[in-house]
Write a protein that binds this ligand. Structure first.
Ligand code: CA
Length: 232
């Protein structure tokens, strides 16, 4: 089935270039120039992926992404932020707001397409799992896309959800940052390893609210492990 991509970009030339590139690859493209139009487009039909420009008139890209992550309908839609800035803090802010990836302008069409297909593949892989996972008080139901801790519903960001999902599927095993990038973010995604730490921190903060953060363990010099038993 044709995948629908919503592109939110106020620079007409860039929007035109992206639309042309994606339509050439048989994607269905909806292009809008501001956040308000994006929200209306999403209310009409949920896209399979969104490209969100950072600097937008009115509602900023960052606010827009945060809003999409708060809404049940768009919580799991993969989002790539387009940014003209390359400062580390902005990237972290972008990922922290709930974006799955970012691309710094100017980017090549090849890079854009490879990031998009990696995220779409990843989304499909996670849709394919059906067995609920249990670890102590934590229950993750991939079919319902629900996470509960001690019976209370918890709403992690999409990357935190996939990270937890992966770690719960492979308990007691230690994964390096590079391995987590490959397994959780997908191969062919070019993200720095410290991005993993950002999402681990977010996930740990969330688990801490329920006093189960001890399950997400740092193994010094190696990486991370998920385990019900208290680690060293
Ligand atoms: Ca812009």
């Amino acid at each position: 089935m044709q995948k629908k991509i919503l592109v939110i970009e106020d620079e007409a030339a860039i929007l035109g270039m992206i639309t042309f590139t994606l339509e050439n690859e048989d994607f269905l493209v909806v292009g809008v120039e501001n956040g308000q139009d994006a929200q209306q487009a999403v209310a009409k039909s949920i896209p399979d992926l969104m490209l969100v420009d950072w600097m937008l008139p009115g509602i900023s890209g960052l606010e827009l992404v945060r809003g999409f992550r708060r809404s049940a309908a768009t919580r799991t839609v993969p989002i790539i932020m387009l940014t003209a800035r390359s400062e580390e803090n902005d990237r972290i802010d972008g990922l922290d707001s709930g974006a799955d990836d970012y691309i710094t302008k100017p980017f090549s069409t090849r890079e854009l397409l490879s990031r998009i297909s990696a995220l779409l593949r990843r989304a499909e892989a996670f849709e394919g799992s059906t067995q609920p996972l249990l670890a102590g008080e934590i229950k993750l139901d991939p079919l319902a896309h629900e996470l509960t801790i001690a019976g209370k519903p918890v709403k992690p960001g999409p990357t935190e959800y996939r990270l937890l999902f992966f770690l719960m599927q492979h308990p007691n095993r230690v994964y390096s940052r590079g391995q987590l990038l490959d397994y959780v973010w997908g191969e062919n995604i070019y993200i720095e390893e410290r991005t993993v730490d950002v999402h681990i921190l977010r996930l740990r903060k969330l688990l801490k609210r329920f006093a189960v953060d001890h399950m997400l363990q740092t193994v010094r010099g190696i990486g991370y492990r998920f385990s019900i038993s208290v680690g060293q």
